[in-house]
Design a protein around this ligand. Structure first.
Ligand SMILES: [Zn+2]
Length: 245
């Protein structure tokens, strides 16, 4: 089986399902050119520049949409890599482009009181980002790459379910509120009414047995963090003072 026309079919299915007729027709032409002359030139011309296939999204802001977008993104990168290699290559080309794994869970935080929230859609998007390359590679190796579009089957794969359970339990343990979806800025804070809110990122530490979620290092500081630091210094000073007295 040659992978290149197969992955083009995956792209076409996703484009048809999201009513992107222009791009679905484009991919049909790519498949025809491949069958006729083994040329990948037309497909390569879909990338780059404004309004190109690079900028396209096929899924909405919901759980299924997160998977659709990840599958589309990884299939596009794979199709591009194969087209550049004149159709040569296989599953080893999945996920070769950089910045594929974002590794952070994004939500909101109130910088005044520390209240935080993360949406289930965001968690699913994190899960899809992690598992789509793994599952895509598996489907290629078992010879049924088109099955990668059966999203309802992917979301209940054992490894996916287990990882989702770990992430959600880590979020709940850390007292971050889990919400259905985040359609708008969290402002004001639902807990203290302050407008001092910001986008906030957490890392999920999957190697720890318990599974932990910790703030990533590039976040804005919480007011309470500064206060805690200050109080700690004060407490240390006070202790020394007592000691010397
Ligand atoms: Zn607050």
């Amino acid at each position: 089986m040659t992978l290149y026309p197969e992955i083009l079919k995956v792209l076409r299915i996703l484009l048809e399902k999201s009513d992107n007729t222009h791009w679905a027709n484009w991919i049909t032409q790519d498949i025809e050119e491949w069958n006729r002359s083994k040329s990948t030139k037309h497909h390569l011309s879909a990338y780059g520049g404004m309004g190109s296939i690079n900028d396209l999204w096929v899924g909405g802001n919901d759980i299924k949409g997160s998977w659709k977008n990840e599958i589309f993104d990884h299939s596009k990168s794979l199709a591009y890599a194969l087209a550049q290699r004149k159709g040569m290559g296989g599953s080893e080309l999945v996920g070769i482009s950089p910045n594929r794994h974002r590794a952070v869970i994004q939500g909101w935080r109130c910088l005044e009181c520390g209240y935080g929230e993360v949406s289930k859609v965001e968690i699913e998007s994190y899960i899809a980002n992690k598992f789509v390359p793994i599952l895509l590679r598996q489907k290629i190796e078992s010879g049924d790459v088109c099955k990668i579009v059966n999203i309802s089957e992917l979301t209940i794969e054992e490894q996916v379910v287990e990882h989702r359970r770990k992430v959600i339990s880590a979020v709940e343990k850390s007292e971050i509120r889990l919400i259905e979806r985040a359609d708008k800025w969290m402002q004001p804070c639902p807990n203290c009414d302050s407008d001092n809110t910001a986008v906030y990122r957490w890392n999920f530490n999957e190697n720890s047995d318990l599974g932990e979620i910790t703030p990533s290092s590039d976040n804005l500081k919480l007011k309470t963090e500064k206060k805690t630091l200050h109080n700690n210094k004060y407490w240390t000073l006070g202790r020394w003072f007592k000691f010397w007295k």
